[in-house]
Design a protein around this ligand. Sequence first.
Ligand SMILES: [Mn+2]
Length: 432
Amino acid sequence: MLLHLFFVIIADMIKFLHTADLHLGKVFHEHSLLEDQEYMLDALYAVLRDESYRALLIAGDVFDRSIPPPDAVQLFSAFLGKLKTSRPDLKVLVIPGNHDSPARLAYGKELFAELGLYFVTNPNDAVNPIPVYARRGGPEENPARYAAFFLLPFLSAGSLNAAESADENASPIRSQAKLAEEAAARLEQARLSALQQGAAYTVLAAHIFATGGKESESERVFLGTAEHVSAGLFAGFNYAAFGHLHRFQKTGPNSYYSGSPLAYSFDEADGEKVFLSVELDGLPESDENGEPVAERKNSVSVIPIPIQPKRKLRRLKGTFEYFLSQSGSEPSLAGAAQDYLEITLTGKDLAQNALPILRGSRFPNLLSVKQDEAFAALREEHTRPGQETPCAKRGTEEDFSDFLTDIYGGADEEKTALFMELLAESEKEAVV
Ligand SMILES: [Mn+2]
């Protein structure tokens, strides 16, 4: 009897993988991360070969930019092809993030939907859920158990049409907070009707900045608190899969950021990178005596799967001489030749050409050198009272003239004037 019960529970479970912020095609300190991303996608593929996974959910920022480089597009295409060849029954659910172009990500989506790859790129489609079934096969085989997945693409200003709004003259919604409120109101209706129609669970995917979330340096920031969204808006869902913040974190009782699968800034160097394995555990409708279970408790378990990167990101600190003179035997530098490094040089003397020298000597993957102490010392020297400050009297115009002189051997007044005009314009735009 116990064995029977056990079987029912397992068969009823709906398990999926949550990831986000792949940022394929990202260039990090002028270094392409494509090899690292290919390695990461291989790891993702290996996890998803486990047939108990019913779906892969990517909560936005598939690509790093709206026009991704061709090799990044090829990488994603090859990944999807390989995945669907080995797991034709696995559903793939994707929304665009703030880095993606919804229109480009939507390429072929009608055809792909036939194959179980869903790219939901229009926010108005978020209210039409995609069912993910507990077992291989469809509703015939397992009529009772499916989860309704609501996919909410990144909401750019004006992206929700006002057709359903009472006031036809209402101006387009612009702030993230207001857009999310509007979306949440519509989604709540849709969620309740999905439950009425027999969905056992409801799951949401969204690309938002949840209030109180912990940022890192690699996200493109939304400005101001009006861009923060309360995760509580989506509290009705059994699970909310968020994208946008790159650290793995929990933002509510059932809402999580998977975080980016790779560290994309040095301040994420110490953080753990994971995929989230989410299990919606179904309980049987009847107990071992065949009696109906009065209350069906739908529990959610979230298990982080650590990701081993091809190369780690590391921060190191020491003097220029230390890094130059160290032999390979220093234990704290083990692996430093393979890792992506940011080295902070200590001491007040500025080391000229530190990056190429250190990179050439022992650290081929050195990406960044910081010399804050030396620069602070330099500044201090220049601002001593009574001393001429070489930088203070200079302006952007002089800098640009010098730049032209350096490149062309002379400064062109017309070019300088045009540059200053463009600069003023862009500064104005930046303020708005
Ligand atoms: Mn992102």
